[in-house]
Design a protein. Structure first.
Length: 220
């Protein structure tokens, strides 16, 4: 689920279904993404992933991030971000506080990013409140790239989350990365064909996966 994390002009809900997963068939195959503007410079962004529906016929909760953001100023591309990280299975949930920089909205950089047709956001989660190890911190990168010279139906988007100072077994990678890169093509109206490359270092024996499916974008 490579979500569009820009502040939307209206309520936006994206529903993704990935019937093809390889080689990890029980990876997330349903995702729901919500973007909503709120009063007084607040906004809400979330995603929820469910796995195993296509593989076993029964969906199980996999992971969710719930974000409440507050734009510090109308003149600065900076947001305070409070994130609830909810994880299925035996993993621990967490609450994180961070600050986000909308780099592509920065006055001095707008022309540069505009020429590239690129949006980029960096969020530093500097404090984790509910983790057993409160020294954990995280960097989250988000990007969205369009290709008007090729087709206005085509986009590439994704995120990279890197977690630091987390206590993990020796079989895990240091500073593990969770990343998704999604290539999407609009088929008709708000229906898209999507393919997604995923990396999850918290699943070391099967960290990489490919997903192919469809996405429908609801807008109100």
């Amino acid at each position: 689920m490579a979500a569009d994390q820009g502040t939307p002009p209206k309520l936006a809900v994206d529903l993704n279904w990935y019937p093809y997963l390889s080689p990890v068939e029980n990876d997330a195959d349903i995702s729901i993404v919500i973007n909503a503007p709120l009063p007084r410079r607040f906004s809400y962004f979330s995603f929820m992933n469910f796995s195993s529906l296509s593989h076993s016929g029964t969906a199980s909760f996999d992971r969710s991030e719930q974000n409440l953001r507050w734009s510090i100023s109308e003149n600065l591309p900076l947001d305070l971000n409070l994130q609830a990280l909810l994880v299925g299975g035996d993993a621990s949930d967490a609450l994180q506080l961070g600050i986000g920089w909308r780099a592509s909205d920065t006055t001095a950089l707008k022309n540069f990013f505009g020429r590239l047709n690129l949006r980029y956001r960096l969020t530093l989660h500097f404090k984790r409140f509910t983790s057993a190890d409160d020294s954990v911190w995280q960097m989250e990168h988000f990007f969205r790239l369009t290709f008007p010279g090729i087709s206005d139906r085509l986009y590439l988007s994704g995120f990279v989350d890197q977690t630091f100072d987390i206590d993990l077994p020796d079989t895990f990678r240091n500073n593990p990365i969770v990343a998704e890169v999604q290539l999407g093509f609009r088929i008709y109206d708000r229906l898209y064909a999507v393919t997604e490359f995923r990396n999850n270092d918290f699943r070391p024996s099967e960290s990489q996966n490919l997903a192919v499916g469809v996405e429908y974008k609801f807008r109100w």
